[in-house]
Design a protein. Structure first.
Length: 90
């Protein structure tokens, strides 16, 4: 089962003009909403952690991995909440 990535975060809109009117389509290329949420969460985690104060630490690599994993867990939680709210609002 493929994980919900929320779709494209910054899709490009393309317009194709036909005689009967305009037809719009969205190109789903680039970063997913999940990736964008994770990046935003990671910025907050790093700004409020020891990682930013210990860049030369021997434990830095593991701390970065843990922070990245936590950021994606936060992104998944945000997507889950988004789905629940969308479902509740019909």
């Amino acid at each position: 089962m493929q994980k919900n990535d929320g779709g494209p975060a910054f899709p490009r809109l393309s317009v194709t003009r036909y005689t009967g009117g305009d037809i719009f389509s969205v190109e789903g290329t680039g970063m997913s909403i999940r990736d964008w949420f994770a990046g935003e969460a990671m910025k907050g985690f790093i700004a409020n952690s020891e990682i930013s104060r210990n860049w030369n630490s021997d434990a830095l690599e593991r701390a970065m991995e843990t922070t990245a994993e936590a950021a994606y867990k936060q992104a998944d939680a945000m997507l889950k909440a988004r789905e629940a709210i969308d479902h509740a609002n019909g």
